[in-house]
Design a binder for this molecule. Structure first.
Ligand SMILES: Cc1cc2nc3c(=O)[nH]c(=O)nc-3n(C[C@H](O)[C@H](O)[C@H](O)COP(=O)(O)OP(=O)(O)OC[C@H]3O[C@@H](n4cnc5c(N)ncnc54)[C@H](O)[C@@H]3O)c2cc1C
Length: 497
């Protein structure tokens, strides 16, 4: 069996450079890696909010947190605040990390449910939510908060600067970058595998494995190989977004805002030097012009550019690994940015590829396993996103439609189990934790009919003591934290570009 010698990556967006950096780091000098990108086509230019596992990706690259945050003008993200999803004036947070503390086998939310009216809001037991609302951050967390797992954080960051940082990193490790547009993709007549990428200027780049990071176009996986696309637009109806940066404010919120609007939702992502904004909407329920006006009328600061329109389809590539081509990023499918999962899906696709990395030779069984795992992951994230839309309590036509639409069986089962019994069913390797599901379901008004019987093992007095003790820890931990901006200035002030 010959080892793999040449890998060719098409695309220099976040997905392409993340893949180049990690492959170069892990597979090192044994592999010749070439990345092709077209400056004329450019990148999608959005994607600025992450979830906590990105820390692991950077650690695996040996990129320190302060270095990453400084290079990308990043801020800390402790969760996502959903505003107006449960109806006008309502808001709740999907905060990262724990809420309260489980006792033995019984998740915390059952004790909270047992306590009924006599206790505080569910989120008053979340260190992340309380710190986010107070605008405070300290890493590592003050030691008092250890019992509650400390603050769990992700980032808001400038995705363009991240790609540039990873480009420099990859080039230092020997990745060759070729600028130019791929115009032809010859296939082997026997195996149907990709032989090479042919560029407009006549260059031909050969390889044994091709990684398609060409964005929505899926230049290799779809246009050359015809993988097919499973469309989930009937469950996730948004198919457009306007995006525009605006001036930042003195105080930097350590959370993303997701504000429900007439036919979609608006994001606000605060970085050190500006705020990223966008309106994700459904073209079936709102036209492009009125969506643009709605975004511009609701910016938290002066716009810094012309709004950019993005059109997309929600769904997944049927075979993200087909023959000798693996698609990552937008080329592999897209789930809208409601829970900031796309860059994470790039990361987990790269890690999965590394685990299943082929020799030069037959790779169909590896591809089948890759596709099975990636389908499950996409479906799990899809269900979590649909949950937000389905449990809304708004009146506009899009929202009424989402309340009455039929759901995937996997999600219906989860909802019934929670509504009737307060239990959350999930696979052990699912991205979203039990308490993430609980927060969205409670936050959007689904309160279980009963709690777990084990929660009744605490007498009312013991339960009061326990909940009171947890509140004292949360409040004590907050006392020791500086403001988010003060923390950023000390830890990772943005680097000059
Ligand atoms: C509205 C919106 C909001 C988003 N928000 C978030 C978020 O908050 N968090 C998150 O994690 N993700 C978010 N995403 C997703 C995120 O932007 C992408 O997952 C991420 O940027 C990766 O994009 P990419 O590298 O796959 O594609 P792109 O950035 O589109 O890059 C494609 C690359 O391929 C090259 N290319 C294409 N065709 C050719 C060709 N023929 N020849 C040569 N080169 C070619 C292009 O030049 C470019 O370099 C969002 C996406 C959208 C649409």
């Amino acid at each position: 069996m010959k080892p793999m010698e040449r890998v060719v990556i098409l695309g220099g967006g976040s997905a392409g450079w993340m893949a180049a950096a990690m492959l170069a780091r892990m597979l090192g000098p044994s592999l010749v890696i070439t990345l092709v990108e077209s400056e004329q086509i450019g990148t999608v230019g959005v994607g600025e909010a992450a979830i906590p596992p990105l820390q692991l990706f950077n650690q695996a690259l040996g990129l320190s947190e302060a270095e990453f945050m400084s290079a990308t003008a990043a801020s800390i993200k402790l969760g996502i605040q959903f505003e107006g999803w449960g109806g006008a004036g309502e808001r709740y947070m999907h905060a990262f990390g724990q809420v309260g503390k489980d006792l033995g086998l019984t998740p915390f939310h059952h004790y909270w449910l047992q306590a009924g009216e006599e206790t505080e809001r569910f989120w008053d037991y979340s260190l992340n939510e309380q710190a986010a609302r107070a605008g405070r951050v300290l890493l590592p967390s003050p030691p008092q908060g250890k019992m509650l797992g400390g603050l769990v954080h992700a980032y808001h960051f400038d995705a363009h600067r991240y790609a540039q940082t990873l480009r420099r990193y990859s080039e230092r490790l020997g990745v060759r970058r070729v600028a130019g547009e791929v115009v032809r993709v010859p296939l082997c007549p026997d195996s149907g595998q990709i032989q090479a990428l042919e560029l407009a200027d006549g260059q031909r780049i050969e390889g044994e494995l091709f990684i398609d990071c060409s964005g929505f176009a899926g230049r290799l996986i779809e246009q050359a190989l015809g993988s097919g696309f499973e469309d989930w637009g009937h469950w996730l109806p948004c198919d457009r977004a306007w995006a525009v940066p605006c001036e930042g404010a003195e105080s930097i919120a350590p959370y993303t805002r997701s504000i429900a609007r007439e036919a979609g939702w608006q994001w606000q992502i605060p970085l050190q030097h500006r705020i990223g904004n966008g309106l994700v909407f459904s073209s079936r329920f709102q036209d492009e012009q009125s969506a643009k006006e709605s975004l511009l009328a609701n910016l938290p600061g002066k716009p810094l550019a012309e709004p950019k329109l993005l059109r997309f389809r929600t769904g997944r590539r049927r075979q993200p690994w087909l023959r000798n081509c693996v698609a990552l990023g937008l080329a592999s499918g897209f789930l809208e940015p409601l829970e900031s999962t796309s860059i994470h899906l790039v990361q987990s696709g790269i890690m999965r590829l590394l685990k299943l990395f082929p020799n030069h030779g037959p790779m169909d069984s590896l591809a089948a396993e890759y596709n099975r795992q990636s389908q499950r992951e996409f479906e799990q994230v899809r269900d979590f996103l649909i949950l937000h839309y389905h449990l809304n309590r708004r009146d506009e036509p899009l929202w009424q439609h989402c309340r009455s639409m039929s759901l995937p069986d996997s999600l219906s089962h989860k909802l019934v189990l929670f509504a009737e019994q307060g239990r959350v069913l999930r696979d052990s390797d699912e991205l979203f934790t039990e308490v993430a599901w609980v927060q969205v379901m409670l936050g959007q008004g689904l309160r279980p009919q009963q709690a777990h019987p084990l929660a009744a093992a605490l007498s009312p007095a013991e339960r009061r003591d326990y909940l009171g003790h947890l509140r004292t820890i949360v409040m004590g931990t907050l006392q020791g934290m500086p403001s988010h901006r003060a923390f950023l200035q000390r830890y990772c002030p943005q680097a000059k570009e």
